[in-house]
Design a protein around this ligand. Structure first.
Ligand SMILES: Nc1nc2c(c(=O)[nH]1)N[C@H]1C(S)=C(S)[C@@H](COP(=O)(O)O)O[C@H]1N2
Ligand SMILES: [Mo]
Length: 407
């Protein structure tokens, strides 16, 4: 499925293509015991709330102006999320809809000895680095918050995993030469608020953090140019950190000698300092910090919710896990509400910032079952059995459930 292409989709027709995709990705793994209750969805036409944006398959629209589009769940059956199905999130009305790659320039300025003004071609002349990393919106799964919270009502599809190729930010900053006394580096894209009351989407990193060698200025995603809606021609990739840092259509990197202040740092994208950023509606946290590293999560991708499974035959359960960069140590399943857990087998390791697939053969007895999946990261962090809550709906990572009927 990583080899998925638009051409394939057009040739096969969507319906057949979907069938091929599930057959190709699950292949011989589909066991006799896991039957599908209903045939796979036949989305010849747009489903409710779906729209087709440039460079994208039909996707569920969370907001249309500016576009916020959610990745359909079936795409999480592969380790890498196809560019065409990768979720999209913009904040400002005036976003770039076309960029001439011959005229686009990335500037590195401010408190530097040698300001840079790089073309896309010059950026590509640096030694390229590729890293597999999850891009997840801070508000992924917000729609599931209880009590409800305002903001884009994402279900679980505001995330994706891709191979990002580009130049380490550190290389660019070293080429420019950071002056003594510099404290932060700010990042700005081509999008604009348009009116004075809407501040531009600018974010800043402390100099020490900006020099982390894993941060990239990426111009390719899964081996192709970035889709326009995912930040063509280049974006920041901050592996392990929530996507709010991953500035798209990047145009200005500015080194500053005073801490940067701005709406998107001081007011938005902040979390309580409490463990796992938890607060309660009647006792909101008074102390907040900018959101940064992702917490650990895991999901089911097969079979689908509500599938009818045959008794006493092995059913191969499948899903994936990830965290904020320490990597996945363990994925466990429970069929008894968390009393006992069994370790799943982990799939290919694409690096600590990537999705990590898991699978587990389960031989069920008749009845209705609710399975739980729980991941533990290499740094020992484990998903909670109860969801945490905060006023912005950030960082949800409760243990996920899969309800199945065994007949
Ligand atoms: N220039 C710019 N970059 C941006 C944003 C934005 O509004 N403008 N939104 C950020 C947020 S909050 C998210 S979740 C990610 C979404 O990345 P994607 O659209 O490629 O999935 O982009 C980030 N980078
Ligand atoms: Mo986001």
């Amino acid at each position: 499925m990583a080899e998925y292409s638009k051409v394939t989709e057009a040739l096969l027709g969507r319906r057949r293509w979907l069938r091929q995709v599930s057959m190709a990705s699950l292949g011989s793994l589909v066991p006799l015991g896991c039957q599908r209750e209903a045939p796979a969805p036949t989305a010849e036409s747009l489903e409710l709330n779906e729209m087709r944006f440039p460079g994208k398959i039909p996707m569920r629209v969370i907001n249309s102006r500016p576009p916020c589009l959610e990745t359909p769940w079936r795409y999480f059956r592969s380790d890498f999320t196809p560019n065409e199905a990768f979720y999209v999130r913009w904040h400002l009305q005036m976003l770039p809809t076309e960029v001439d790659p011959r005229r686009w320039r990335l500037t590195v300025g401010g408190e530097v000895k040698q300001p840079l003004r790089l073309s896309l071609r010059e950026l590509r002349e640096f030694e390229p680095v590729t890293i597999a990393a999850v891009n997840q919106c801070s508000g992924n799964s917000r729609a599931l918050a209880d009590p409800r919270v305002p903001g884009a009502q994402w279900e679980n599809g505001a995330m994706g995993n891709a191979r990002w190729t580009g130049v380490p930010l550190e290389t660019l900053l070293e080429r420019a030469g950071i002056k003594a006394g510099a404290v932060e580096v700010t990042f700005r894209g081509l999008d604009r608020g348009g009116i004075q009351s809407v501040p531009d989407f600018v974010r800043s990193l402390k100099v020490e953090l900006a020099l982390d060698s894993d941060i990239l200025v990426a111009y390719a995603m899964n081996g192709e140019p970035l889709p326009m809606l995912n930040g063509f021609p280049a974006r920041l990739v901050v592996p392990g950190w929530y996507a709010t840092w991953w500035i798209k259509s990047l145009s200005e990197i500015t080194v500053v000698d005073k801490p940067f202040t701005g709406f998107w740092m001081d007011k938005a994208y902040r979390i309580p300092t409490t463990p796992n950023a938890v607060e309660t509606p009647d006792n909101l946290a008074t102390e907040t910090v900018p959101i940064s590293r992702m917490n650990v999560r895991s999901f089911f991708t097969f079979p689908d919710q509500g599938t009818v499974v045959t008794r006493h035959q092995p059913c191969s359960l499948e899903g994936f896990a990830f965290d904020g960069g320490s990597g996945i140590r363990l994925v466990e399943l429970s069929a008894d509400s968390g009393k006992t857990w069994q370790a799943a087998k982990l799939g290919t390791d694409h690096g600590n910032y990537s999705f990590r697939r898991w699978h587990h053969d389960w031989t069920p007895t008749p009845g209705r079952h609710v399975l739980l999946v729980r991941a533990t990261s290499n740094k020992g962090e484990q998903q909670p059995l109860e969801p945490g809550w905060n006023h912005a709906g950030y960082m949800r990572n409760v243990v996920e459930q899969l309800a199945l009927t065994v007949s």
